[in-house]
Write a protein that binds this ligand. Structure first.
Ligand code: ZN
Length: 96
């Protein structure tokens, strides 16, 4: 479920128009990526502005523990759950 342009603008404003993880400014990037996090409960969604670099690392599951904590994931498991499902499937294949 996508959010409206208005909601996204409000979200970016709340985060100071910066990448949430590395604080690269929207101004220097041109635009920020809309990172889609799955919420803790089913059907809940959350959007966080990230630069393309951090967004790519997030999607690939490459965030550091510190970065995971910053995004509100208490455990590696929570982070895995919030990742895009294609990667989670990949992950569960690896884990058996
Ligand atoms: Zn970043």
């Amino acid at each position: 479920m996508a959010i409206s342009e208005l909601e996204w603008k409000a979200t970016k404003k709340r985060y100071g128009h910066k990448c949430f993880l590395c604080t690269t400014t929207e101004e220097s990037l041109g635009d920020l990526d809309k990172a889609h996090l799955k919420g803790r409960s089913e059907g809940e969604t959350q959007y966080v502005p990230l630069c393309p670099n951090c967004h790519g690392r997030f999607d690939k599951g490459l965030l550091t523990k510190t970065e995971q904590k910053k995004l509100g994931f208490a455990t590696e498991h929570e982070y895995r759950r919030a990742m895009p499902s294609r990667n989670r499937q990949h992950d569960s294949l690896i884990c058996g």
